[in-house]
Structures are given as structure tokens and as C-alpha cells.
Design a protein around this ligand. Structure first.
Ligand code: ADP
Length: 253
């Protein structure tokens, strides 16, 4: 009897181990497929500007020497597409950064000066109004560099997808400080909201051509937010505007 019991126990253990193993393999497989998908998307996204650059360079060689207008148009297209590629490569490098190597330094940050500085830098760069609410919690406890990077991604989007002013404000709950970036621009259709943080996801191809977006900004924002246990909440009404709210934990996670 005792022998059978031991055998049974061994079998149970084996079954358990094999379940765990299968689960792990499944996760690895999913991870691998995601990675494959990412590489294939990245290559595809880089191929488009390369093709455009190549065809304009050929046009320039063929007709640019006799025709100033053709030369002007070709060179401008080459400049635009190179800038687009440059931005994409920088963002891809950002995403590829080894997260373990990115040390997180939690410090107490004065919130109002932090938001004011980010707003005034954006105002300087783009000659647009970025308005910071005066009433807000005094501090957050977080990583200055990462939070700033996160803010700039959201402020830049607010600027790109609206014409009017952009507002920054903050409130608090017992456990979190909530920082909101609000624009009064084109808004986002509800069906798209769950996908915004996926790599390369863009709401409409045309409207992004104009702004030259890559679809990587919010994917980077999500990674940065994860490092600080920050969640990002999106609210939007098409034609009225969007708000992105960072839920920053009050305690280090
Ligand atoms: P992109 O480089 O295209 O701006 P993001 O990852 O930053 O890429 O954003 C993904 C998509 O989400 C954008 O292409 C845009 O369609 C939409 N989006 C992001 N922020 C806003 C906003 N504030 N207002 C409207 N649409 C937005």
C-alpha cells in the first residue's frame, strides 16, 4: 500500500511539473511570436520611407539638374522622410532598451514646478499655449527622468492632435496622484482606445501623415509607466478632445 501511495504521489508531482512546464513553454512561444511580429512591423514601417527616399533620389538624378522645381520637391521629400526615419529609429532604440539596466530612482518631486517647466518648454518649442492649473497636490514620489519623458510624450500628442490650448492639472485620491493632460482636438473614436498603446498603432493613416507620427510614442509611454507602476487612463470625445491621466502611486511599489 505504501508503495502505491508513493507512486501516486510521484505521478501527481510529475503531472504538476509537466503542467508548469507546458505553461512556461506557451508563454515563451507567445513572447517569441510577439517579438517576431514586432520585428516584421518595424521592418515594414522603415521600408516605406526608404522606398520614398529612393524614388525621389532617382527622380532628382534624372530630372533635378534641369528642373529646379523637381529638385526642390525631391529634396524636401527626402528631408521629410529622413527625419521621420530618424525619429522612428530613436524610438525603436528606446523600446529596445534593457529594462533591467534602467535604474529607477524614486525621489520626492515638487509637482507644480515639474509641470510648469514641462509646459513652458513645450510652449517655447511649439509656440502653443500649455496652461497649468495652480491648485494641485504638492508632491509626487517618483523618478524624475522617467516621469518627464512620460509627460513629454503625452504633451506632444496633445499638441499634435489639436490646435487649441493644452491643459495640465492634478488631483489626488488616498492612494494616487492623478496628473491629467487635456486637449481640445480631434479626439479618438472609442473603438480605438484599447489599442492606442500597441506598437505602431495609429488611429488613421491619413491624419498621421500630416503629423508624421510613428505610432510608437504611446507604446514607449506604456513601458515607462509600467516601470513606475503608473497606469494611464484615456478619455476622449471625437471632435471635442482627449485627456490622458497618469495615476501615480503615492507609495513606492
Ligand atoms: P504617433 O506617433 O502616431 O502620435 P502614438 O503612439 O503617440 O503615435 O499615438 C498613437 C495614436 O493615438 C496616434 O497616431 C493618434 O491617432 C492617437 N492619439 C494619441 N494621442 C492623441 C490625442 N491626444 N488626440 C487624438 N489622438 C491621439
Amino acid at each position: 500500500y505504501e508503495k502505491i501511495e508513493i507512486l501516486d504521489k510521484n505521478r501527481d508531482e510529475l503531472t504538476e511539473i509537466s503542467y508548469t512546464f507546458n505553461g512556461m513553454m506557451e508563454k515563451l512561444e507567445q513572447h517569441y511570436q510577439k517579438q517576431q511580429q514586432f520585428v516584421s512591423n518595424a521592418s515594414h514601417e522603415l521600408k516605406t520611407p526608404i522606398t520614398v527616399i529612393e524614388s525621389y533620389a532617382k527622380l532628382l538624378l534624372r530630372r533635378g539638374f534641369d528642373n529646379k522645381e523637381v529638385a526642390q520637391e525631391s529634396l524636401q521629400a527626402i528631408v521629410n522622410e529622413s527625419a521621420h526615419m530618424h525619429e522612428m529609429v530613436l524610438q525603436l532604440l528606446d523600446l529596445a532598451k534593457n529594462k533591467e539596466q534602467l535604474a529607477v530612482h524614486y525621489v520626492q518631486l515638487e509637482l507644480n514646478p515639474l509641470l510648469k517647466k514641462a509646459a513652458s518648454q513645450m510652449q517655447q518649442a511649439y509656440h502653443r499655449s500649455f496652461i497649468v492649473d495652480t491648485e494641485m497636490p504638492k508632491y509626487i514620489y517618483s523618478d524624475e527622468k522617467i516621469v518627464k519623458q512620460l509627460l513629454f510624450i503625452l504633451l506632444d500628442n496633445a499638441r499634435k492632435y489639436s490646435d487649441g490650448e493644452v491643459q495640465l492639472r492634478a488631483t489626488e485620491t488616498s492612494s494616487h496622484v492623478l496628473i491629467t493632460i487635456q486637449d481640445f482636438g480631434i479626439g479618438i473614436p472609442e473603438a480605438h482606445i484599447p489599442h492606442l498603446f500597441e506598437r505602431f498603432y495609429r488611429v488613421g493613416e491619413d491624419r498621421n501623415r500630416k503629423t508624421g507620427g510613428t505610432g510608437l510614442g504611446l507604446a514607449i509611454a506604456q513601458e515607462l509607466a509600467n516601470q513606475l507602476a503608473i497606469t494611464i487612463e484615456v478619455k476622449s470625445i471625437v471632435g471635442k478632445g482627449s485627456s490622458f491621466t497618469l495615476h501615480v502611486p503615492k507609495e513606492e511599489q
